[in-house]
Design a protein around this ligand. Structure first.
Ligand SMILES: Cc1ncc(COP(=O)(O)O)c(C=O)c1O
Length: 389
């Protein structure tokens, strides 16, 4: 369960040696007084590429939010994912089975790492029984999925998947970006689970900071990731950590609001009959609605996708928007509409896109904090205008 009070309490704590600040300040110093090594270098604050007090406050709060033993913050979500997969592969966990439905850049990363001989990547599912079967048959070292898969919002059967991973002795890596710890905490699943998240989206929440995080259990992985981050110099910078922490303070309120907003817009679009298909896990018609209902607390996130039938129509809709911003991201206070076919999933082959429902007419809407009826009205008007109605 996401413990709002505990997350807020963790964010209120003072910095080491500066305990009177109610709001932890941005520690801009790159160097810290150092007169001899502490026992644990991972916790030592002496140089900004290794640790930073502001980043550590955020990490502690995210640790509480994800019910993890540790969290490490990186300067982007991709830095977090790249470092995690690299460290796992370097430790011998090289055989990866991944959902086909991943953020496009994550898939490109897997493909590039595979082409460099750093790991082997096999894609399976949805349908999810294909993924479960692949894990059972292959017994990979690592399984990689998104809690809510990008961009058709498919939700894997995470409990069954975690149980299978535990049986087969593989690490389950869950990208929890679309759900955020407020909807789901992957570390509550059985077995060895590691969470990655782009902070850029819901956690920071205001489209003004890039960041990423890896959260997990067990000291060995923690130490190896920290060491990799220190060597690559990819720690989340203090001002960015401050902004992400500021966003995290209202994550619970925003997730409630955007989930209600997205649900209203998804239902409204269906009722108006303006689009061919609406994908939203909160809709009974979504193939994973039952799974999502069992996993999430009656909220289904702020993102929905819909199909307007052709690439031309999709681009006209994007141009006709007045309130919603046509832009490839999600999770902020502004409603944003993305075009996965030519942005997040551009790198996928035509056949794979077709198989996953990433058609030229697919648009992805991240509902922000505006009045949902205004968002629906803008989208509906843009669709009508796109079709000359
Ligand atoms: C599911 C998911 N994971 C990871 C990322 C990468 O995050 P970042 O842009 O912070 O590197 C994204 C970005 O869109 C994403 O959608």
């Amino acid at each position: 369960m996401y413990r709002v009070t505990e997350v807020l309490r963790a964010l209120r704590g003072g910095l080491p040696g500066r305990g009177r600040d109610v709001v932890p300040p941005v520690s801009v110093s790159v160097i810290y007084r150092f007169t001899g090594a502490a026992e644990d270098p991972v916790k030592e604050v002496k140089y900004g590429r290794e640790n930073n007090p502001t980043t550590m406050v955020l990490e502690e709060a995210l640790r509480v939010a994800e019910e993890a033993e540790w969290c490490l913050a990186f300067n982007t979500g991709m830095a977090a994912i790249t470092t995690l997969l690299g460290v796992l592969a370097a430790g011998g966990a090289r055989r990866v089975v991944a959902s086909r439905l991943l953020y496009g850049t994550t898939r490109s990363l897997l493909d590039q790492m595979a082409s460099m001989g750093l790991l082997e990547a096999l894609y399976a599912g949805p349908p999810w029984d294909e993924l479960l079967r692949a894990v059972e048959d292959q017994g990979p070292d690592v399984v990689l999925v998104e809690t809510i898969g990008n961009p058709t919002l498919r939700v894997p059967p995470l409990r069954e998947l975690a149980a299978t991973c535990r049986e087969r002795g593989c690490v389950l890596v869950v990208d929890n970006t679309f759900a955020s710890p407020y909807l789901f905490q992957p570390l509550m699943l059985p077995g060895e689970v590691v969470v990655v998240e782009s902070l850029t989206k819901y956690i920071a929440g205001h489209n003004d900071v890039l960041g990423g995080v890896v959260c997990g259990r067990g000291e060995e992985l923690h130490r190896r990731l920290w060491d990799a981050r220190r060597m690559m110099g990819s720690i989340l910078q203090p001002l960015d950590a401050y902004l992400a922490a500021r966003g995290l303070r209202t994550l619970h309120l925003r997730m409630e609001a955007v989930s209600r907003g997205a649900s209203e817009v998804a239902r409204g679009l269906l009722e108006k009959g303006l689009v061919e298909r609406v994908y939203y896990p909160g809709l009974p018609s979504h193939p994973d609605h039952e799974t999502a209902r069992r996993l999430f607390p009656g909220l289904y996130g702020g993102v929905l996708s819909f199909d307007v039938g052709s690439g031309e129509a999709a681009k006209r809709v994007l141009r006709e928007l007045r309130l919603v911003v046509p832009s490839p991201s999600l999770g902020g206070v502004e409603s944003i509409m993305a075009y996965p076919y030519e942005s997040s999933h551009r790198g996928l082959g035509e056949e794979e896109k077709r198989r996953l429902g990433i058609t030229p007419g697919l648009l992805r809407l991240s509902v922000g904090l505006e009045e949902p009826r205004d968002v629906l009205e803008d989208v509906a008007r843009a669709i009508r205008a796109a079709f000359g109605a």
